[in-house]
Design a protein around this ligand. Sequence first.
Ligand SMILES: [Zn+2]
Ligand SMILES: [Zn+2]
Length: 373
Amino acid sequence: MKKLTLICFALLGPYIIDAQTHSHAGTSALVYPDIPGYKTLKTDFHIHSVFSDGNVWPTIRVQEALRENLDAISLTEHLEYQPHKEDIPHPDRNRAYHLAMAEAKEHDLLIVPGSEITRSEPVGHSNAVFISDANKLLHDKPENAFEAANEQKAFVFWNHPAWHRQSPTGNPILSDFQKERIKNGELHGIEVINSVDYAEESLALALEQNLTIMGTSDVHGLIDWDYTEHGKHRPITLVFGKEKSLASIREALFAGRTVAVYNSLMVGRPEYLKPLLKSCMKINSAAYLKDTQVLSVEIENVSSSDLIFENAMSFNFYSNAPIFTIGAGQKKVLQIKTLELLNNATLKLKALGAYTAPKEHPVIEWSVAIEKD
Ligand SMILES: [Zn+2]
Ligand SMILES: [Zn+2]
């Protein structure tokens, strides 16, 4: 049935509906609120298609991104690993990008040109995004590939640094190669979340080396089979841009304004993660239960992440456990024993699903105006 609808859409779409109303967004659409001063843009900058070792045509990647309501994606084909090249010869390494661009052109999805520079350890894999020509990144020596990417003013990040195939301990090893690239200003970010894996050690490296925090799907099969079918969303990087444009995203990546998100897991620097969490939860109402000093507060999670909180106030809860989850898009009532009648209160919660550093959770505060009866 789903397939049939899609076919009808493809055949009739261009004739019966215009570009404005033509939307692929389904029930799996991701939603995150803006933060003060910035637009919150949902991105996935690590994706494969048949133009390297992925299993689908680039157009499918665009349609998947539209279904999840992403703002920007990059198809980052392995430059040096081309298992399908006998069946799909493509002398121009920008081909996947051009096919994705053609598919996305009537939609509000930004396509960022990118490539994966692929070597065994200690060099490992890195993505160069915002490149101008992937062909020019083909070099025998990896340092020359990095140099070429940087000549194109690319944003370059270290992929899956903790991948057990390249580091059997499952911990990232910062090699002399990467140290040199960081010193030269040629490596700008690091994946702390790659597919279903989160490495706290990679977060530690991001903070220590001042690298931008990234989360990506690195999808090779279907998003539907890998994530949606399991009730999950793909990992994404929330980028805080001045506006929704390629230039703004690039500027924000270089400035480190990101939070990596994988469902209820959120990882980022406190200056972006804290305002994000604060915006994700709205206070709908607050009033005392009649003839008591028990304050009843209705909260609402307006994001697509389930949020896990622990009470961080000096006041105890009346009817809730000190640790609770408020599901994506859900409302919940907290009852708080303030011991006396207050005009204003500060709701203070520790976000247990969120990390600003290894083992460190941010504490978020909301001011609550209390209604009089
Ligand atoms: Zn890789
Ligand atoms: Zn990859």
